[in-house]
Design a protein around this ligand. Structure first.
Ligand code: PAF
Length: 286
């Protein structure tokens, strides 16, 4: 695997792969890779001949009081995991390479509606930062397909929408969330948890599973289900951010008639904010 830091080197390496007739898959990341990222790269290696990954902790998608400075940077370990998962080219640009003219005057990509509410409400500007950097990375790499985790369900919806609306010829593939044995979704932010918080954290997913089971049993009183699940989360030490039932294709609030649903949660444990979701189709047995 080759590691390059400049757009010039990246474009040269991708152009060579293209000249050899290879299909290009792209997996953008912020590094500190875990088995969830490895699954994305493995999927990319199954679907294409040449796999490009990027590691870039994008300042534009972090709020002023968020964890940009303490976000874990683990390049050597990440490179080993990428090689093992089948990555061919790693792009690790500096902030100046991505934003050579600074961030204030940077053209922004904003995706209305699907970016609103949920993480969009708790993290103002976050999805504009994500949509902007993903658009730039797509233009730099020009892949045939790109792979994202379903753990960031709203992010995936934002990216699908921007690709559709901006006519980008890139196939977007969403991969299922990889979980620890106790159900906790793998996340780089799990590394911030102390032992006690880590032990409590699986409650988040468990409460989603219980909500989904109740909905499958015919309960459509979403407000009461949300209140009960938030109580369960609070009892385990979480401070709720949001918990909502949405229609899974449009991400609009779910009605009692919707069949394709997703329950999305964000909650703080200590100062760490965790997110998770559970998508299900009432017409498909559990
Ligand atoms: O999901 C992430 O790690 C980031 O939001 C992404 C898509 C790499 C953009 O910075």
């Amino acid at each position: 695997m080759n590691t390059v830091k400049s757009v010039r080197e990246l474009r040269a390496a991708v152009a060579q792969a293209r000249a050899e007739g290879k299909q290009i898959a792209f997996v953008p990341t912020m590094g500190n890779l875990h088995a969830g990222h490895a699954a994305l790269v493995e999927k990319a290696a199954q679907r294409a001949d040449f796999v490009v990954a990027s590691i870039f902790v994008n300042p534009l998608q972090f709020g002023p009081s968020e964890d940009l400075d303490k976000y874990p940077r683990t390049l050597l370990a990440d490179q080993e995991k990428l090689v093992e998962a089948g990555c061919h080219l790693l792009f690790t640009p500096d902030v100046e390479e991505i934003y050579p003219h600074g961030m204030d005057g940077q053209t922004r990509v904003s995706v209305p509606e699907v970016s609103e509410g949920l993480c969009g409400a708790s993290r103002p500007g976050h999805f504009e930062g994500v949509a902007t950097v993903v658009s730039k990375l797509f233009n730099m790499v020009q892949p045939d397909l790109a792979i994202f985790g379903q753990k960031d369900f709203q992010q995936l919806a934002v990216i699908r929408t921007l690709v559709r609306d901006l006519n980008m010829p890139i196939q977007i593939i969403g991969e299922p969330t990889v979980r620890a044995e106790d159900g906790l979704a793998l996340s780089s932010r799990n590394g911030y948890l102390n032992a006690e918080q880590r032990e409590a954290a699986p409650v988040l997913y468990r409460s989603l599973q219980e909500m989904a089971a109740a909905i499958r049993d015919g309960n459509r009183d979403y407000a009461t289900l949300v209140a009960a699940a938030q109580q369960q989360q609070s009892a385990a030490g979480f401070r709720p951010d949001y918990l909502e039932v949405r229609e899974s294709n449009s991400l609009r609030p779910a009605t009692a008639d919707d069949r394709q649903l997703v329950i999305l949660v964000a909650a703080f444990i200590g100062s760490t904010r965790l997110i998770d979701n559970l998508a299900f189709d009432l017409d498909t047995p559990a």
